[in-house]
Design a protein around this ligand. Structure first.
Ligand code: HEC
Length: 289
Protein backbone atom coordinates (compact mmCIF):
# COMPACT_ATOMS: atom_id res chain seq x y z
CA UNK A 1 0.00 0.00 0.00
CA UNK A 2 1.35 3.32 -0.99
CA UNK A 3 0.21 5.82 1.60
CA UNK A 4 0.12 9.45 0.61
CA UNK A 5 0.91 12.26 2.91
CA UNK A 6 -1.79 14.69 3.91
CA UNK A 7 -2.63 17.47 1.48
CA UNK A 8 -5.51 19.87 2.04
CA UNK A 9 -8.75 18.78 0.36
CA UNK A 10 -8.82 20.89 -2.76
CA UNK A 11 -5.19 20.40 -3.50
CA UNK A 12 -5.66 16.67 -3.12
CA UNK A 13 -8.34 16.55 -5.82
CA UNK A 14 -6.15 18.63 -8.06
CA UNK A 15 -3.11 16.48 -7.49
CA UNK A 16 -5.00 13.23 -8.02
CA UNK A 17 -6.41 14.51 -11.30
CA UNK A 18 -2.93 15.43 -12.47
CA UNK A 19 -1.07 12.43 -11.19
CA UNK A 20 -0.58 10.53 -14.48
CA UNK A 21 0.68 13.68 -16.14
CA UNK A 22 3.04 14.59 -13.33
CA UNK A 23 4.49 11.13 -13.13
CA UNK A 24 5.27 11.45 -16.80
CA UNK A 25 6.77 14.87 -16.25
CA UNK A 26 8.97 13.46 -13.53
CA UNK A 27 10.16 10.70 -15.84
CA UNK A 28 11.44 13.45 -18.10
CA UNK A 29 13.82 14.71 -15.43
CA UNK A 30 17.15 13.06 -15.86
CA UNK A 31 19.03 12.09 -12.77
CA UNK A 32 22.76 11.96 -12.56
CA UNK A 33 24.99 10.16 -10.09
CA UNK A 34 27.09 12.19 -7.68
CA UNK A 35 29.94 10.92 -5.49
CA UNK A 36 31.63 13.03 -2.81
CA UNK A 37 35.38 13.62 -3.05
CA UNK A 38 36.04 11.22 -0.17
CA UNK A 39 33.91 8.67 -2.07
CA UNK A 40 31.80 8.00 1.02
CA UNK A 41 28.47 9.39 -0.16
CA UNK A 42 26.79 8.46 -3.44
CA UNK A 43 23.39 9.64 -4.67
CA UNK A 44 21.42 10.72 -7.72
CA UNK A 45 20.04 14.22 -8.26
CA UNK A 46 18.36 16.02 -11.18
CA UNK A 47 21.26 16.42 -13.57
CA UNK A 48 20.59 20.00 -14.65
CA UNK A 49 20.58 21.32 -11.09
CA UNK A 50 23.35 23.35 -9.46
CA UNK A 51 24.74 21.45 -6.52
CA UNK A 52 27.48 21.12 -3.92
CA UNK A 53 28.56 18.71 -1.22
CA UNK A 54 30.06 19.29 2.20
CA UNK A 55 31.81 16.53 4.09
CA UNK A 56 33.24 18.68 6.91
CA UNK A 57 30.42 17.84 9.33
CA UNK A 58 27.73 15.27 8.68
CA UNK A 59 27.96 14.34 4.99
CA UNK A 60 25.72 16.81 3.18
CA UNK A 61 24.57 17.36 -0.39
CA UNK A 62 22.56 20.31 -1.62
CA UNK A 63 21.05 20.95 -5.04
CA UNK A 64 18.68 23.49 -6.50
CA UNK A 65 17.06 24.54 -9.73
CA UNK A 66 18.81 27.91 -9.41
CA UNK A 67 21.89 29.50 -7.83
CA UNK A 68 19.47 31.40 -5.59
CA UNK A 69 18.03 28.15 -4.22
CA UNK A 70 21.50 26.81 -3.49
CA UNK A 71 22.71 30.05 -1.87
CA UNK A 72 19.67 30.07 0.42
CA UNK A 73 20.35 26.57 1.64
CA UNK A 74 23.92 27.58 2.37
CA UNK A 75 22.72 30.49 4.46
CA UNK A 76 19.94 28.47 6.06
CA UNK A 77 17.36 31.03 4.93
CA UNK A 78 14.72 29.03 3.18
CA UNK A 79 12.78 31.69 1.29
CA UNK A 80 12.62 30.41 -2.28
CA UNK A 81 11.79 32.59 -5.29
CA UNK A 82 9.38 31.42 -7.93
CA UNK A 83 11.02 28.58 -9.86
CA UNK A 84 13.31 27.57 -7.02
CA UNK A 85 13.26 23.97 -5.89
CA UNK A 86 15.58 23.09 -3.02
CA UNK A 87 16.93 19.61 -2.37
CA UNK A 88 18.92 18.91 0.79
CA UNK A 89 20.40 15.56 1.81
CA UNK A 90 22.31 14.71 5.00
CA UNK A 91 23.54 11.50 6.56
CA UNK A 92 23.17 11.60 10.34
CA UNK A 93 23.97 9.13 13.10
CA UNK A 94 21.23 7.90 15.44
CA UNK A 95 23.08 9.83 18.17
CA UNK A 96 21.45 13.09 17.19
CA UNK A 97 18.38 11.80 19.05
CA UNK A 98 20.28 13.05 22.09
CA UNK A 99 19.12 16.52 21.04
CA UNK A 100 15.65 15.37 22.10
CA UNK A 101 17.04 13.79 25.27
CA UNK A 102 16.76 10.25 23.88
CA UNK A 103 19.23 7.39 24.06
CA UNK A 104 20.81 6.53 20.70
CA UNK A 105 19.43 2.99 20.76
CA UNK A 106 15.89 4.28 21.03
CA UNK A 107 13.42 2.11 19.20
CA UNK A 108 10.94 4.58 17.73
CA UNK A 109 8.80 3.76 14.70
CA UNK A 110 9.89 5.42 11.45
CA UNK A 111 6.91 7.81 11.41
CA UNK A 112 7.65 8.95 14.97
CA UNK A 113 11.30 9.46 14.15
CA UNK A 114 10.31 11.46 11.10
CA UNK A 115 8.12 13.73 13.21
CA UNK A 116 10.85 14.20 15.80
CA UNK A 117 13.69 14.88 13.36
CA UNK A 118 11.65 17.15 11.08
CA UNK A 119 10.94 19.31 14.11
CA UNK A 120 14.63 19.41 15.02
CA UNK A 121 15.65 20.39 11.51
CA UNK A 122 12.85 22.78 10.59
CA UNK A 123 11.73 24.57 13.73
CA UNK A 124 13.59 27.85 14.13
CA UNK A 125 16.04 28.09 17.03
CA UNK A 126 14.18 31.15 18.23
CA UNK A 127 10.86 29.96 19.71
CA UNK A 128 9.46 33.50 19.32
CA UNK A 129 10.13 33.55 15.58
CA UNK A 130 6.97 34.32 13.63
CA UNK A 131 7.96 31.82 10.96
CA UNK A 132 6.95 28.54 12.59
CA UNK A 133 6.37 25.59 10.27
CA UNK A 134 3.12 23.66 10.33
CA UNK A 135 3.43 19.92 9.92
CA UNK A 136 1.00 17.38 8.52
CA UNK A 137 0.95 13.92 10.02
CA UNK A 138 4.01 11.79 9.26
CA UNK A 139 3.49 8.72 7.09
CA UNK A 140 5.54 5.70 6.15
CA UNK A 141 5.64 5.55 2.36
CA UNK A 142 6.71 2.46 0.48
CA UNK A 143 8.71 3.39 -2.58
CA UNK A 144 8.99 1.20 -5.68
CA UNK A 145 11.81 -1.03 -4.59
CA UNK A 146 10.11 -1.94 -1.30
CA UNK A 147 12.07 0.74 0.42
CA UNK A 148 10.11 2.49 3.16
CA UNK A 149 10.75 6.14 3.97
CA UNK A 150 9.14 8.39 6.55
CA UNK A 151 7.61 11.52 5.05
CA UNK A 152 6.15 14.61 6.62
CA UNK A 153 4.78 17.53 4.67
CA UNK A 154 5.38 20.98 6.09
CA UNK A 155 4.72 24.59 5.29
CA UNK A 156 5.94 27.83 6.80
CA UNK A 157 5.50 31.42 5.62
CA UNK A 158 7.74 30.86 2.58
CA UNK A 159 8.48 27.21 2.01
CA UNK A 160 6.25 24.22 1.27
CA UNK A 161 7.98 20.89 1.21
CA UNK A 162 8.44 17.38 2.44
CA UNK A 163 10.97 16.13 4.96
CA UNK A 164 11.91 12.47 4.38
CA UNK A 165 13.76 9.99 6.54
CA UNK A 166 15.27 6.66 5.63
CA UNK A 167 17.18 4.23 7.82
CA UNK A 168 20.42 3.23 6.10
CA UNK A 169 21.21 0.82 8.89
CA UNK A 170 20.23 0.70 12.55
CA UNK A 171 22.63 3.48 13.48
CA UNK A 172 22.58 5.78 10.42
CA UNK A 173 19.78 7.79 8.85
CA UNK A 174 19.56 9.81 5.71
CA UNK A 175 17.30 12.82 5.73
CA UNK A 176 16.11 14.53 2.57
CA UNK A 177 14.24 17.77 2.31
CA UNK A 178 12.62 19.14 -0.85
CA UNK A 179 10.83 22.45 -0.91
CA UNK A 180 9.42 25.15 -3.17
CA UNK A 181 7.54 28.42 -2.79
CA UNK A 182 4.09 27.92 -1.25
CA UNK A 183 2.02 27.81 -4.44
CA UNK A 184 4.49 25.78 -6.50
CA UNK A 185 4.49 22.60 -4.45
CA UNK A 186 3.21 19.47 -6.20
CA UNK A 187 3.68 15.72 -6.51
CA UNK A 188 6.55 16.24 -8.89
CA UNK A 189 8.58 17.88 -6.12
CA UNK A 190 7.82 14.97 -3.80
CA UNK A 191 8.87 12.50 -6.50
CA UNK A 192 12.25 14.23 -6.85
CA UNK A 193 12.85 13.86 -3.12
CA UNK A 194 11.76 10.22 -3.23
CA UNK A 195 14.04 9.38 -6.13
CA UNK A 196 16.98 11.09 -4.45
CA UNK A 197 16.53 9.53 -1.01
CA UNK A 198 16.16 6.08 -2.59
CA UNK A 199 19.50 6.49 -4.34
CA UNK A 200 21.61 7.44 -1.30
CA UNK A 201 24.42 5.12 -0.26
CA UNK A 202 26.98 5.82 2.47
CA UNK A 203 30.14 3.72 2.56
CA UNK A 204 30.89 4.08 6.28
CA UNK A 205 29.39 3.19 9.62
CA UNK A 206 28.13 5.36 12.47
CA UNK A 207 31.53 4.94 14.13
CA UNK A 208 33.37 6.18 11.02
CA UNK A 209 31.09 9.16 10.84
CA UNK A 210 31.44 10.17 14.50
CA UNK A 211 35.20 9.64 14.48
CA UNK A 212 35.64 11.71 11.29
CA UNK A 213 33.71 14.63 12.77
CA UNK A 214 35.37 14.57 16.15
CA UNK A 215 38.84 14.43 14.67
CA UNK A 216 37.89 17.97 13.72
CA UNK A 217 40.22 20.57 12.31
CA UNK A 218 40.39 22.96 15.28
CA UNK A 219 41.55 20.83 18.16
CA UNK A 220 44.37 18.37 17.57
CA UNK A 221 44.23 15.09 19.45
CA UNK A 222 46.27 15.44 22.61
CA UNK A 223 49.66 13.79 22.16
CA UNK A 224 50.47 10.83 24.35
CA UNK A 225 51.61 11.95 27.79
CA UNK A 226 49.92 15.36 27.47
CA UNK A 227 48.75 16.92 30.74
CA UNK A 228 45.13 17.94 31.10
CA UNK A 229 46.22 21.40 32.26
CA UNK A 230 47.89 22.03 28.87
CA UNK A 231 44.68 21.40 26.98
CA UNK A 232 41.93 23.86 26.12
CA UNK A 233 38.84 22.42 27.82
CA UNK A 234 36.50 25.02 26.34
CA UNK A 235 37.66 24.26 22.80
CA UNK A 236 37.35 20.54 23.38
CA UNK A 237 33.80 20.91 24.68
CA UNK A 238 32.87 23.14 21.74
CA UNK A 239 34.24 20.64 19.27
CA UNK A 240 33.56 17.19 20.73
CA UNK A 241 30.45 17.75 22.83
CA UNK A 242 28.14 19.49 20.35
CA UNK A 243 27.74 16.75 17.78
CA UNK A 244 24.84 14.76 19.18
CA UNK A 245 23.17 17.68 20.93
CA UNK A 246 23.70 21.42 21.16
CA UNK A 247 25.78 23.25 23.76
CA UNK A 248 22.51 24.27 25.47
CA UNK A 249 22.25 20.82 26.96
CA UNK A 250 25.61 21.41 28.63
CA UNK A 251 25.08 25.05 29.56
CA UNK A 252 21.73 24.26 31.15
CA UNK A 253 23.21 21.58 33.40
CA UNK A 254 24.57 22.41 36.82
CA UNK A 255 26.87 19.78 38.27
CA UNK A 256 29.83 19.50 40.54
CA UNK A 257 33.01 17.71 39.59
CA UNK A 258 31.67 14.27 40.50
CA UNK A 259 28.54 14.97 38.48
CA UNK A 260 30.50 16.08 35.41
CA UNK A 261 32.84 13.12 35.73
CA UNK A 262 29.87 10.75 35.63
CA UNK A 263 28.28 12.62 32.70
CA UNK A 264 31.46 12.89 30.63
CA UNK A 265 32.18 9.19 31.12
CA UNK A 266 28.63 8.38 30.07
CA UNK A 267 29.12 10.56 26.96
CA UNK A 268 32.29 8.66 26.14
CA UNK A 269 30.15 5.54 26.44
CA UNK A 270 27.77 7.08 23.89
CA UNK A 271 30.65 7.71 21.51
CA UNK A 272 32.26 11.07 22.46
CA UNK A 273 35.90 10.94 21.39
CA UNK A 274 38.20 11.98 24.25
CA UNK A 275 41.44 10.38 25.37
CA UNK A 276 42.37 10.38 29.06
CA UNK A 277 44.04 13.80 29.14
CA UNK A 278 41.23 15.32 27.07
CA UNK A 279 38.61 13.79 29.36
CA UNK A 280 40.30 15.29 32.40
CA UNK A 281 40.61 18.70 30.73
CA UNK A 282 36.93 18.69 29.81
CA UNK A 283 35.87 17.69 33.34
CA UNK A 284 38.09 20.40 34.86
CA UNK A 285 36.69 23.02 32.50
CA UNK A 286 33.03 22.03 33.06
CA UNK A 287 33.46 21.87 36.85
CA UNK A 288 34.89 25.38 36.88
CA UNK A 289 32.24 26.87 34.57
C1 HEC B 1 27.94 10.44 20.59
C2 HEC B 1 26.89 11.34 21.00
C3 HEC B 1 27.18 12.28 22.16
C4 HEC B 1 28.28 13.08 22.34
C5 HEC B 1 29.48 13.24 21.43
C6 HEC B 1 28.05 13.79 23.58
N1 HEC B 1 26.83 13.46 24.11
FE1 HEC B 1 25.94 14.29 25.76
N2 HEC B 1 24.28 13.17 25.44
C7 HEC B 1 24.18 12.15 24.52
C8 HEC B 1 22.94 11.40 24.77
C9 HEC B 1 22.48 10.21 23.96
C10 HEC B 1 22.28 12.03 25.84
C11 HEC B 1 20.92 11.65 26.49
C12 HEC B 1 21.06 10.38 27.30
C13 HEC B 1 21.99 10.54 28.49
O1 HEC B 1 21.84 11.51 29.26
O2 HEC B 1 22.88 9.70 28.64
C14 HEC B 1 23.16 13.13 26.24
C15 HEC B 1 22.87 14.01 27.27
C16 HEC B 1 23.75 14.95 27.79
C17 HEC B 1 23.46 15.81 28.93
C18 HEC B 1 22.14 15.89 29.71
C19 HEC B 1 22.04 14.77 30.69
C20 HEC B 1 22.84 15.05 31.94
O3 HEC B 1 23.56 14.14 32.40
O4 HEC B 1 22.81 16.21 32.47
C21 HEC B 1 24.61 16.54 29.17
C22 HEC B 1 24.82 17.59 30.24
C23 HEC B 1 25.59 16.14 28.17
N3 HEC B 1 25.03 15.18 27.34
C24 HEC B 1 26.88 16.62 28.09
C25 HEC B 1 27.84 16.23 27.15
C26 HEC B 1 29.24 16.62 27.18
C27 HEC B 1 29.90 17.51 28.24
C28 HEC B 1 29.83 16.06 26.08
C29 HEC B 1 31.32 16.12 25.67
C30 HEC B 1 32.22 15.46 26.58
C31 HEC B 1 28.78 15.32 25.36
N4 HEC B 1 27.60 15.44 26.06
C32 HEC B 1 28.98 14.66 24.15
C33 HEC B 1 25.04 11.89 23.48
C34 HEC B 1 26.27 12.52 23.29
Amino acid sequence: MKKRIFVPGLVLVFVLALTPLLVLAQDDIEFEEFVTEDEMLTLSYPSEWVHEADTGFFPTFMAGTTEHALAQMNEDVLMPDSGDIMLFVMVVPVDILAEAGLEPDNDLALAELTTLLSGMFLEPDDPDSDNQPEFAEAAEVELDDELVVGQIEFMDNYLHGVFMLRELDEALFVITLVGTPLDEFNENVVAIGEQTISSVAYAGTREDLLAAIMAGPQVEDAPEGAMAADLDGAALVAERCTICHTADRINNAEKDEAGWTATVDRMIGHGAQLNTAERDAVIAYLSGM
